[in-house]
Design a protein. Structure first.
Lengths: 187, 187
DNA sequence: TAGTCCATGTAAGATGTTACATGATTCA
DNA sequence: TGAATCATGTAACATCTTACATGGACTA
């Protein structure tokens, strides 16, 4: 049995965007296809069923907007439950598993922090992301060191790519922490 | 209808590892859980069904190994079709869509290049990856430039993280090209 | 004797993919 | 009149996740 009510990355992306402002399925598809959120699928077969699921779960509510000369559209808004669920998600601890398998989802969480999480959440998030990255990277380095002689050139390079990618993420995290600590006093 | 025979990233990871040396499902699970390939799931509910699908498609063949005092295990080997399918996959063009949505899969492809693709494949792969990255990054920069004033701090930082991550990948790609061009004459 | 490792599996369910379908309006 | 855009949907299918299940061997 699957744990009930575990929303997907796409589901949270939809919730965040709808929270920013009420949107239709079409609006969301266009947003995905025309911004850096292109990493999400803009296909109707992904978006519309996902919105219906969110509605069934009571996280969004849609109302039909009739406009003369245009096809009717359904505009979705977050419900109180939807906002609570989104905040619950944003408050979750940063765990190793997410760093390794769901870094995209972590960055999506962070992207909406300023808008929907309490003050201080962003900095807490960044610090725990920093800790997880700083703990994980050495284990990759260690593996590389012990195995580099037995690995083909492309295999070794691929591993180095992964390590460098985590290192870039760690540098970004440090810079982001500095950026938040600087603005802290100002607000 | 879904296009038939499109194997998943996991399926190709299994094929590559089995091609390196015949392995059982348990071997594969242990490999995933104890190396940087931990980014793949090591759960039996993922691995065993995937192996059975590969066998049904004629890409691997398993034979039972009986050992006194231990539970029997099934060791899988690649078939001729499996090798052909793997090579077909490795030869595919690097397209924008994969850079954005399947960078993991691209790096997996690269990881096995030296072992199973023809000479020159790695360099061709790297050059076309380089071109796609170099073409994509400016569009992200442009979006950031036009929208940074309207974005919350965390949203802007999240986008910068994505850009820096692609830039790190691009730097790696350049270094990898240099590395291949250097060793080219030597082999 | 309790826990850990070896080893393989299935069941239920959610999500995502590609492809097909419909229909109005605007614009060249 | 044909193409593009607005707009929402379904059908078939594959894959993955979590959880449950089984059972032998070794070891503290």
């Amino acid at each position: 049995m699957v744990k009930p009510n575990r929303n997907s990355t796409l589901a949270f992306a939809l919730l965040g965007l709808i929270w920013q402002e009420p949107r239709s399925g079409y609006d969301l598809r266009k947003f995905f296809s025309s911004t850096p959120m292109i990493s999400f699928s803009d296909s109707p077969g992904a978006i519309y069923p996902a919105l219906h699921r969110l509605e069934q779960r009571g996280l969004v509510r849609g109302h039909v907007e009739e406009r003369p000369g245009l096809r009717r559209r359904r505009i979705f808004q977050l419900t109180a439950r939807g906002r609570a669920e989104f905040r619950r998600w944003q408050k979750q601890q940063v765990v190793r598993h997410d760093v390794i398998r769901n870094l995209d989802m972590l960055m999506l969480r962070f992207a909406f922090m300023d808008q929907f999480a309490e003050k201080g959440a962003a900095l807490r998030f960044l610090k725990s992301l920093h800790n997880e990255l700083a703990a994980y990277i050495p284990s990759l380095r260690k593996y590389l060191k012990s195995n580099r002689e037995y690995m083909p050139q492309s295999g070794r390079l691929a591993l180095e790519s992964g390590i460098q990618s985590y290192e870039a993420q760690l540098r970004w995290t440090k810079a982001a922490i500095a950026s938040y600590e600087q603005t802290k006093g100002e607000r």
